[in-house]
Design a protein around this ligand. Sequence first.
Ligand SMILES: [Zn+2]
Length: 114
Amino acid sequence: MVEQGKTQKTVAKEKRRYYRKNVEFFKLLDKIKLWPSRSGTLHGIKSMKISGDTAEIITHCNERFLVRNSRNSRSARWLRNKLFFGVCKGCKIPEWKLEKYSSTYLNQYYGKNL
Ligand SMILES: [Zn+2]
């Protein structure tokens, strides 16, 4: 009985930790408002709807992405390493935003874990 209770508690704890991580990643996306697509194009995020561990992102060029989030995912890695091959013309991301992206935000969010 006691052992079982312990196990359940541990599981609940793990889940909570995982969830918080996800929320952080979404918060980061919501803040930088940029999304690298699978092909390496950087899009601007127009709106974002978070439900559980998935987020629906609508870009300025009206593309829709479903993001399953973890900071270890491809997108998180790309954002962290600033890897992208091009900027979406449809999204018209302003220069200052790209500059901001490449400096402040990422250091703020990821500096601790690097
Ligand atoms: Zn776009």
